[in-house]
Design a protein around this ligand. Structure first.
Ligand SMILES: [Zn+2]
Length: 57
């Protein structure tokens, strides 16, 4: 299950990522196999993950 789709910077294919992946700035692979690093701009994703954990999700 993915929280949202982001386009691969190399080929533009939609790649499903989880909010936590972004928060931890993990490296993910698109459907074509390109690896790229997620960037949490301004730490927004991390804040949301922290908030969800606080509510026990
Ligand atoms: Zn790609």
């Amino acid at each position: 299950m993915s929280d949202f789709q982001i386009p691969c910077p190399k080929c533009g294919r939609n790649t499903g990522v989880k909010l936590e992946d972004v928060a931890k700035q993990r490296t993910v692979s698109c459907p074509a196999g390109h690896l790229f690093e997620l960037v949490d701009d301004g730490g927004g994703a991390k804040d949301v993950v922290d908030l969800l954990k606080k509510f026990g999700r």
